[in-house]
Design a protein. Structure first.
Length: 277
């Protein structure tokens, strides 16, 4: 992918360390998602999927907001009555912020640096991990505008949290902070704002030390397991997935890991590395 390409609503940064920072760049609108932003993010996500320099994608926002949800004026009012424009915007939105993010073979991290509202919960939950500013503000504000949290917002929020929490926040429009987001299982880590980038890089580096094909397979296995109700069907799927990984892992992670654990005894999970000499 040509990461030097200039976009109107998106910034891309890669410093050669395997991490590509994708920044929603509409700070004057709290990074609310316009049709143009959706079209650009669709192009960016498709490009990064096969980018050799990208192992981890970090999605963040410019200014004091992560993602303000759909731009009510540009996404709704300006497309009302224009079926073609509305269809294109809706398709691009769903494609990048759910399908491409949740199914990407790359590791994806949402670094939530501020406001996260409404439609923002789709890309938030689609990401593999969420590192949040503990003071970030989250909310389902659609009720205030006479709108159902649509797209997949209600569904993914309910899947990630609980029936009671979804009813409370969807029907009152109340907000909650980053610490509460962790308690609700919407985020993994909450830290003060001045530690946010360092904590995100720390997590990214930890993940990049693993085999990329293994991470992709685990990601696919977890998503598939959520949709399999029968225990033995899940067992058969996971055993087959694990067997297939032995042939698709280009780095030979399994053989190397077993050698280090059994033969060299150089790696013991949860314990200090064995000292040599």
């Amino acid at each position: 992918m040509d990461k030097s390409k200039k976009f109107e609503c998106v910034l891309i940064e890669n410093n050669g360390d395997g991490i590509t920072w994708v920044t929603l760049n509409r700070p004057e609108k709290r990074n609310a998602m316009s049709p143009q932003l959706h079209f650009e993010m669709e192009e960016v996500m498709m490009g990064l999927e096969t980018d050799a320099d990208t192992q981890v994608i970090v999605l963040t926002g410019a200014g004091e907001s992560w993602n303000g949800g759909q731009d009510l004026k540009e996404f709704f009012r300006n497309t009302d009555g224009n079926e073609e424009a509305q269809f294109k915007a809706l398709t691009a939105s769903r494609h990048w912020n759910w399908e491409l993010l949740s199914r990407s073979r790359k590791v994806t991290i949402a670094m939530v640096n501020g406001y996260c509202f409404g439609g923002a919960f789709m890309p938030l939950i689609a990401c593999d991990f969420v590192v949040t500013d503990e003071a970030a503000t989250y909310g389902l504000s659609e009720v205030n505008w006479g709108i159902v949290p649509a797209g997949l917002v209600t569904k993914v929020f309910l899947d990630a949290t609980s029936f009671r929490e979804t009813m409370l926040y969807a029907m009152t429009g109340r907000t909650f902070d980053g610490k509460q987001a962790v308690e609700m299982k919407l985020a993994n880590i909450a830290v003060p704002q001045d530690q946010l980038r360092d904590e995100t890089v720390k997590l990214a580096n930890e993940l990049m030390a693993k085999g990329p094909d293994v991470l992709a397979a685990i990601k696919q296995a977890v998503h598939a397991s959520l949709k399999i109700d029968d225990t033995w069907t899940a067992y058969d799927y996971l055993m087959t997935k694990n067997k297939a990984l032995q042939f698709s892992d280009r780095d030979g992670t399994r053989d190397r890991g077993i050698e280090e654990f059994i033969d060299k005894k150089s790696y013991r999970p949860g314990l200090e590395p064995v000292k040599k000499g």
